[in-house]
Design a protein around this ligand. Structure first.
Ligand code: C2E
Ligand code: MG
Ligand code: MG
Ligand code: MG
Length: 279
């Protein structure tokens, strides 16, 4: 059994400590060192207006350039970063570097940044958003923050206050992964979201499942009635894009246009309608 020592850390390789716990502990140490060593990088994926085809925004997606393991995707480190609280530092890093990058893009191209529920428990969230905007000179109206309904699940007054404060600064708030949680519709009433991002799982089955089609239709129509932009995630082919266009979905994002790529590729992604290969 792992036991805490006097400094609140854990001893290694203690008898009986299972392999999973050990791997986790190693990953945690690695993660902490990586923050110091500057191994994190924001990648960017374009979001296009469905009607005009124009790139209207890029979503920043965090990557870990591990010296031995290569490029690591968020699924393999964000959960642990959340458990250990390191996500606060990582989140500040993404916000800061993405705002600096976005300030160099054309003025009509926005920046979307994901926020973890854990960041909402940190009293410095607003201050770090203000600092990132100030340091980069990025107009607050070009920044969208993506949250999942689990943020609202915490259902605290403090969370809603924070969201309203961000909104008052001109920052827009998107509801990410819509449709994957529990009582999604009630969240639309608890806060006036600017955008709903329809989860990839519905888009991927668009052409083959009637019910996915019906759900997309309902959400885009709901968005229209509420005056909320709808963005389809995970658009991979023309058939999906065509169905989304027909349903009046506002924006689309997915491998059809481009995978997430480094900041240096933004100019290329802006100028070419499609970038299927690499990254
Ligand atoms: P998300 O915010 O829903 O981001 C969309 C994810 O879908 C990204 O995965 C993106 O690469 C992937 N994706 C986009 N288009 C397609 C497609 O056409 N097909 C397929 N199969 N996938 C597509 P990624 O980059 O691995 O990120 C996964 C999740 O990790 C994100 O989901 C987000 O929840 C979280 N994440 C990423 N970066 C950050 C960050 O900076 N902070 C926080 N708190 N979370 C982040
Ligand atoms: Mg997102
Ligand atoms: Mg999403
Ligand atoms: Mg998603």
């Amino acid at each position: 059994r792992a036991k805490a020592d006097g400094r609140g850390t854990y001893r290694f390789f203690e008898t009986g400590m299972d392999a999973r716990a050990q791997a986790r502990r190693l990953l945690e140490m690695d993660l902490r060192a990586a923050v110091q060593r500057d191994e994190f990088e924001a990648y960017y994926q374009p979001i296009r207006d469905v009607a005009s085809g124009r790139v209207v925004a890029f979503e920043a997606l965090l990557r870990w350039n591990h010296p031995q393991r290569g490029l690591i995707a968020p699924i393999d480190f964000i959960p642990l970063a959340e458990e250990t609280g390191l996500i606060v530092q990582l989140g500040e890093f993404v916000l800061r570097s993405a705002c600096i990058d976005a300030a160099t893009w054309p003025d009509d191209v926005d920046l979307a940044v994901n926020l973890s529920p854990v960041q909402f428990k940190n009293p410095n969230l607003i201050a770090s958003v203000i600092a990132a905007l100030a340091a980069s000179g990025l107009d607050a109206r070009r920044l969208e923050l993506e949250i999942t309904e689990s943020v609202l699940l915490q259902n605290s007054e403090a969370t809603l206050t924070t969201l309203h404060e961000l909104r008052a600064m001109g920052v827009r708030i998107s509801l990410d992964d819509f449709g994957t949680g529990y009582s999604s519709l009630s969240y639309l009433r608890s806060f006036p979201f600017d955008k709903i991002k329809i989860d990839r799982s519905f888009v991927s089955e668009l052409a083959t499942r009637e019910d996915s089609m019906a759900i997309i239709r309902a959400v885009t129509s709901l968005g229209r009635s509420l005056g909320i932009v709808t963005t389809a995630e995970g658009v991979e082919n023309d058939a999906q894009l065509e169905l989304l266009r027909r349903e009046g979905c506002t924006q689309a994002q997915g491998y059809l246009f481009s995978k997430p790529r480094p900041a240096s590729d933004v100019a290329v992604m802006l100028n070419r309608p499609r970038l299927l290969a690499s990254a």
